[in-house]
Unconditional design. Sequence first.
Lengths: 325, 142
Amino acid sequence: MAVPTTSLSARVLAGDLQALARLLTRVENDDEVGRAALERLLPHSGNAHVIGVTGPPGGGKSTLVNELIRAYRGQDRRVAVIAVDPSSPLTGGATLGDRIRMLEWHDDPGVFIRSMASRRFGGGLARNTFSAATVFDAAGYDPVIIETVGTGQDEVAIAELAHTTLLAQVPGMGDSIQTLKAGALEVGDVIVVTKADRPEANELARDLRRLRTLTYEPTGNEARWEPPVIKTSAVTGEGIEALMEEIDRHLAWLKESGEMDTRTRRIAATQLATAVQAGLMAQLSLPIRDGQFSALVDAIQAREMTPHQAAQRLLAELGEGQSSS
Amino acid sequence: MPSGNPPERPIRILVAKPGLDGHDRGAKVLARAFRDAGMEVIYTGLFQTPPMIANAALQEDVDFVGLSILSGAHMSLFPAIMDELRAVGREDALVVAGGTIPEDDIPAIKEMGIAEVFGPGTPLQDIIAFVRDNAPVQIDTA
């Protein structure tokens, strides 16, 4: 195959969808071409509203995203979706099945849907999900919607990477005590009760709204964001308009309150920490290859060393290797 | 400067069922087999039209398009799918097909540009080996 004469980054900026798709692969794999192209695209990014959608497996996230696509297309905005599904902890393989809920946009050039395997990153995302969002951002998509892996009680990584996080909650998954627990419910900027056509939906929305009355807050603090609870149904179309209003209201609040600056800084910190972690893990490839890692695992298994001791030994040697090279 | 892929790049494969037959067990068995072989499978399921398949192949940047068909309509659907893949610039994706496809049709199907046809009873290992051995190298510049 001939080498394409124009670079991926230039083609992406020119609106070439094939180049966009290929660059997403490169960025996802964090290879040299992907890294270099990302550097070139960086000055063109920073315009998109990044919206996270999280919630339990089968909770209606993909269906909700499909409704969001419809609403944004109604405003003539170009929408990108990154849909993350889990990778097998055993084989590394993945079945990416979110797209199946969004097939109706196949002939709309204003919608780009990309599936991404989590590759065991944890927290409901893949390591390079946000870099992929940056590519879409530079390519002119706004919003960029990130749908996480189906999450449970404390996978909240998306809140560290999105401007606005929608938390989907499904009727019939437990009583009001569940709403008191720490974790996911604390990070939703907008709480969406999906499948509102089901009978238990009112009860859940009520419990979630009552949460607010359980805190003591000094009155008059108008700068604070109170996560609204919105009931939606993809069957009846209920609530989608209200949800869109809340998303827009949240974005406006981010900008007016100064919280946007706080969040973009938090996103930057999260990305840096993630990249450093990836770099450190890559340094482990040598001790893994030469058997040292395995020897330390043996020592932990035989209870000769605590995991902490073994890690300190390994890290000390990695440090020496760096200073001598 | 062009650079190839690190060998550990996961293979991405679309598994789709074109046309109107509702038998998706074969497609699901394959999706599962590819997943268990460490591949990333984009599963779009039943009733896929040629433009849907081409759009998914484009946006997902898949290395392979796997088509499962049991309706007998392969001689009309396959050329339409190949046309759509060309229209979106993904004629480089390797297309493999399986299902109830008569032996006599296979030469014509390969003539359309479909890389391989796997009939009923093909061991899953053979299909996986074909995909592994034929994964294309990506050549791009940044």
